[in-house]
Ligand binder design. Sequence first.
Ligand SMILES: [Zn+2]
Ligand SMILES: [Zn+2]
Length: 444
Amino acid sequence: MDKELGGLLGTRFNCECGRRHELPVREFVYEAGAIEALGPLIERCTGGVRRVAVVADTRTQAVCGAAVGDVLADAGYDVESILIADLHGKSPKCDDETFQTLRRAIGSRKPHLVVAVGSGVVNDLSKWVSFDLGLPYMVVATAASMNGYSAANVAPTVEGVKTLIEARPPLAVLARPTIIAAAPAQMTAAGFGDTIAKFFSRADWVTNTLLLDEYYCPFCACLIERFEHLFLTRPADIAEGKTEAIDGLFEALFWAGVAMTLVGTSAPASGGEHLLSHTLDMVADTRGWGHDLHGRQVGLGTLLAAALYDRLLAIESPTVAELPGGIDRSWWAGERIADAVAAQYQAKQPVYRLAAERIRDGRFWESLRQRIGPIVIAPGRVRQWLTDVGGAVRAADVGRTPDEFRQAILHAHEMRKRFSIIDFAWLIGILPGAVDEIVEQWFA
Ligand SMILES: [Zn+2]
Ligand SMILES: [Zn+2]
């Protein structure tokens, strides 16, 4: 683990951004003996906890859920093993129904601590239920698939609507490197997609400081840069299972989640590129579209953000376009979803007005280009990275036709009130006009 960053675990510190940040995650154990270290670690972090609920799904139970239970039982803990069941032969989802089922299962056992064993969905559900029941939780990670381990947020689907819930981060994140390396290759490639999103979430964040006076923390925005040389110079190393690259990716994912926890929003690791994934998720059920892994979809969203920034930076003097006053309700398939999306879009109208005002100021445009230019990555390079790592590179790779993908691109800006590159592209007239060319060039 990075020594300097490791010193921040479990502390509060004054930051160059002027704020005092707090990191409630106390321990990060990424080593061969991580699972065996769990007993003493629980003792250190909680002092006196006896009854522990170990939550897994059928896959992660087999990977190491059972081993975690055994280790804890041997260390003298009362272990309640809780399995999140598959639904119709498919792996569980992080939605309100599954949450209620898990809440009943954990609540009835009255544990003092929840230990999640898994990755995205198992971690998110355990975090959410623990927070709701007022219980501390820890996670034993099983894949380098996303950056949510150390984050406070949960992003579930509630009544069909993709929501963001502010919960609490875990007390500790543990993982055995050989387990992370042995996870399905698609999951590791997904984690890579979630990580390279950072270039564009940072560009969005900087844009928002210039356009909308949003708060910005340079330390949190750049927190994971120190790990990038381990996996970004040669993403194929990840696909080939090289230890150094996968370890570097896992550390980057952990600290990307920390950055979000420190700032208290998802701004350091999530911008317009994430909206494409959220949009695909949100209409997946109503349209009978399958879900793909978060990070695989985010990888494609990152390619979209790259293509949009590429066009934006080429503009010498922008003109502000007239935006539609409301959303396209029929596309969102379902009244409840359309209502939630419409409310977000409505809340964004004053933001659009302020942004438009700033864009019309010619002096502002040049400084924006100077700040953003060095941050973003060219779309061709992003595509090469995704290809090398074995991630999704075309719409078909996440099960969508080019036209379905085109539709998702054209509606992604409607669903969140925070300003992103997708809004920006609409505001200066890149979208909707360029969507066909972008889909044809990058996603068909
Ligand atoms: Zn800061
Ligand atoms: Zn993400």
